[in-house]
Design a protein. Structure first.
Length: 80
């Protein structure tokens, strides 16, 4: 399913797109769809990276706490 949208482009960007689609012999619509699909992929990767960094930091904090608790248990068992 396709949706029609109205799009205003900066003149320089429009000219660049026109030059590319003419040299590649592809429809402008196809080129813009591919460009947006690629950009969406990049943005999703950046968002995922931020999420991994955030969750990794949280997991690291929990791991340190768990290690401390195990160390306390070991110390109690060994009578330290």
């Amino acid at each position: 399913m396709s949706k029609a949208i109205s799009l205003k482009l900066n003149e320089n960007i429009f000219q660049e797109v026109e030059n590319i689609v003419k040299s590649m012999h592809i429809p402008r619509n196809s080129y813009i769809n591919q460009a947006i699909k690629h950009y969406n992929y990049l943005i999703k990767r950046k968002m995922l990276k931020r999420q991994y960094i955030k969750e990794s930091a949280l997991a690291g904090k929990h791991s340190l706490k768990i290690n401390e608790e195990f160390q306390e248990i070991d110390d109690e068992i060994l009578g330290l």
